[in-house]
Write a protein that binds this ligand. Structure first.
Ligand code: HEM
Length: 184
């Protein structure tokens, strides 16, 4: 969409701008809720309930679970939309951008895995909940790296298009043949 008009969303007619805007609001809003909620859980709830009965912790997890699952869905839908409808057209040939967002997607899948097992109830993932302090800390750290990568990708912006190498080749070749002809 962005590629159709100019490089910036501001070049777009209002209607075309609405979906990218709503998708970015949904994406950043989910980041605020889930990363903020994880920070509160790790820095306030877990220390306060350490050594206390775990029923309360289980109740808190039960309440938080639906936000985690809906949040992962919103991250995936808005993230892939941001990337496919806005990022790819704007960053054609921009290897660093695609490497950054690709790395970010992989890290996000790890965060989604940890977030799911920490609110889960399967016996196989109980070891993560038994050491919730450690794994919530790991999740927070990786989420901070993800936000860092996203912010860098945004501030870095769309690099100025360098003239396509292939375009200049024919004329250069033409230039060269001239030289050799004149040399002869
Ligand atoms: C833990 C999960 C995630 C977090 C915390 C997160 C956070 C963010 C934040 C804060 C931004 C806005 C950056 C800014 O404008 O400064 C952003 C942008 C973006 N996110 Fe995510 N995100 C997550 C998962 C994903 C996933 C799974 C995808 C792809 C499937 C994705 C794709 C994108 C794209 C393409 C952008 C726009 C980058 C640009 O400005 O060109 N994100 N993300």
């Amino acid at each position: 969409m962005a590629a159709r008009c100019g490089n910036s969303l501001w070049d777009l007619p209002l209607m075309d701008m609405i979906l990218p805007l709503i998708s970015r609001w949904a994406h950043v809003g989910t980041a605020i809720l889930l990363v903020g909620g994880t920070a509160f859980f790790r820095l306030a709830v877990i220390p306060a309930l350490e050594g206390e009965n775990s029923d309360l912790l289980a109740k808190i997890r039960g309440n938080w679970k639906k936000f985690v699952h809906i949040g992962i869905l919103v991250f995936l839908v808005s993230g892939f939309y941001n990337y496919i409808a806005v990022g790819i057209p704007q960053h054609k040939g921009d290897g660093l951008y695609h490497a950054l967002i690709g790395t970010k997607m992989l890290l996000a899948m790890y965060v989604f895995f940890l977030a799911s097992v920490l609110v889960g109830s399967k016996p196989s993932s109980q070891k993560f909940r038994n050491d919730a302090k450690k794994w919530t800390g790991v999740m927070l750290l990786v989420a901070a790296v993800i936000v860092g990568i996203s912010g860098f990708a945004k501030v870095r912006g769309v690099p100025a298009k360098s003239p396509d190498v292939s375009e200049s080749q024919p004329s250069e070749q033409a230039g060269n043949s001239d030289d050799s002809e004149t040399a002869a």
